[in-house]
Design a protein around this ligand. Structure first.
Ligand code: DX5
Ligand code: ZN
Length: 221
């Protein structure tokens, strides 16, 4: 198990003031910046690309940036995000023609690599690429939008992923994304997650520190 990390999804931030929003959420105690990339093809929404990641680095953000690619195809955008200063790059296995190759592209570029599993996608391919993974991300909503409700069946899947990661002996983060809030973060951690994406639960409140402190208090129980 990796140390707990809170990763606010900037999808729910005020894009007109993005640099300030990211500064503010990091000052409030966030560990990782979760960066949702949607292409209106793999998912039915369109968000931000590598230029915005570059802009955040230029603005002075030094915290890890966790780029969640909801795009198809995957490979041709990986290089742009490596150049843009991504720390983690994760992608959905069904969006890549060659999963092992995509992971290797990320690792060769010096970033950490991860796979993302939708609620209905089995974890089958995990075991074949475990040695290339730094992160496993389980979606607890169907990808495309912030503010959806946590799908409870994800808790069993987290336990399954936790067992596979522990058996591998590798230092792999187990991240959860979708519908995470102060009320459910405790049971999500108990099911095996160590990295928690939260968008609307944090950016939807005026006091980011109060939410993050409350989340940490739940994790410390
Ligand atoms: C959904 C995105 C999530 C989303 C989380 O496709 O991957 O990162 O922004 O938002 P909340 O926490 O509001 O469910
Ligand atoms: Zn995400």
């Amino acid at each position: 198990m990796q140390p707990f990390a809170i990763a606010p999804s900037i999808l729910s931030a005020d894009f007109a003031r993005l640099g300030e929003e990211v500064d503010k959420v990091l000052a409030a105690g966030a560990d990782i910046v979760h960066f949702d990339v949607m292409d209106n093809h793999y998912v039915p929404n369109l968000t931000i690309g590598p230029m915005v990641c570059t802009a955040l680095r230029k603005y002075g953000i030094t915290a890890p940036i966790d780029v969640h690619l909801m795009v198809k195809p995957v490979d041709r955008i990986i290089g742009d995000f490596l150049d843009a200063g991504a720390s983690y790059i994760t992608f959905h296995p069904e969006a890549s023609e060659h999963i092992d190759r995509s992971l290797q592209l990320i690792k060769d570029g010096g970033a950490r690599a991860g796979l993302v599993f939708n609620p209905g996608t089995p974890l089958d391919c995990l075991k074949y690429v475990m040695d290339k993974l730094d992160m496993v991300l389980l979606m607890s909503v169907n990808p495309g939008f912030g503010g959806q409700k946590f799908i409870p069946g994800t808790l069993d899947k987290l336990r399954e992923a936790r067992a596979l990661i522990d058996a591998s002996g590798h230092a792999i983060r187990l991240e959860i994304d979708g519908g995470v809030n102060v009320k459910n973060i405790g049971e999500i951690a108990a099911a095996g997650a160590d990295t928690f994406v939260a968008g609307s639960a944090i950016f939807g409140q005026p006091d980011y520190k109060a939410v993050i402190d409350a989340m940490r208090a739940e994790l410390a129980r």
